[in-house]
Design a protein around this ligand. Sequence first.
Ligand SMILES: O=C(O)CCC(=O)C(=O)O
Ligand SMILES: [Fe+2]
Length: 319
Amino acid sequence: MTPTAAEAAAFAVPVISLRSGADDVVLAQEIRGACEGAGFFYLSEHGVSEALVARAFEWSAKLFDLPLEEKSNCRWTLNNYSRGWTPLMEETLDPKNSSAADTKEGFYIGREMPPTRRFHGPNQWPTPASCPSWTQHDCDEFRAVMTEYWTVCETLGKRVVRLLAYAVASDFSSFDAYTKQPMVFLRLLHYTGIKSEASEGRFACGAHSDYGLLTFLRTDDEPGLQILSKQGEWCDVPPRPGMFIVNIGDLVEVISQGRFRSTTHRVLNKTGRERYSIPVFFEPDADAPIARDAQGNVITAIQYLQLKYEQTHADFQAL
Ligand SMILES: O=C(O)CCC(=O)C(=O)O
Ligand SMILES: [Fe+2]
């Protein structure tokens, strides 16, 4: 069904500016409008330096350029915290509708911490021993850039999550109890030049919704991201210079009792060119109760994440 002009306008992806001096209540209302519509918005004047974003993309490309054997030495299955390299076509985000796995490889970076439990532990940083093509200086640079990028995104996430809390519950602190030590995952992504064919179930990244609270995405200049409208139309979300593309995850749909949408999205390669993107997934604390199963048992954020990884990652080892 073709959407009416009003429906299309309601589903447009708005720009929200974290301009200095803006009233937080006004910003939260803008976010509420976006979440009731597309579930996606562009974020401008976010305070993250473009020079840092550029360096993160530069080092991401260098990482994926490493020989296969060296990337394999950083494979995420070598630890229990989901840190490190996920090989090409290891993930299938839309198993029901895909005939092949997603045409991308990735590298997960999370909070740097002692090993305590699933998803919680040290990162798997490349070293000259695991990646002999890199000098110690290269390894130090990669780690420094990614650590800084992760840190500024966590800070940005904490700010936006409070605005989102107001948008959902008219109380800036209503998510505080869920976000004391949020599970924040930065993921470097490299899409191959293999063209997608949606009618044949071949995707760069299959249709899915994100799992947690908020995703902060930067991409290179290649298009490809699409979101599914309420009328079932796929709408392009092109990159806009200097802005994050932000969307809400499943947890927010649950908390808002369906008022806010964790919008389905996918990536199609229509150009035959490679593409790089960096999503940062701002998930709540591991033990945040996020839903109930059919028997009424509480499902925690870490259980939900684990379930989703089991369904989509071929290499994920369920414990
Ligand atoms: O690469 C993109 O543009 C989007 C990736 C994405 O949706 C995801 O990794 O969850
Ligand atoms: Fe996503």
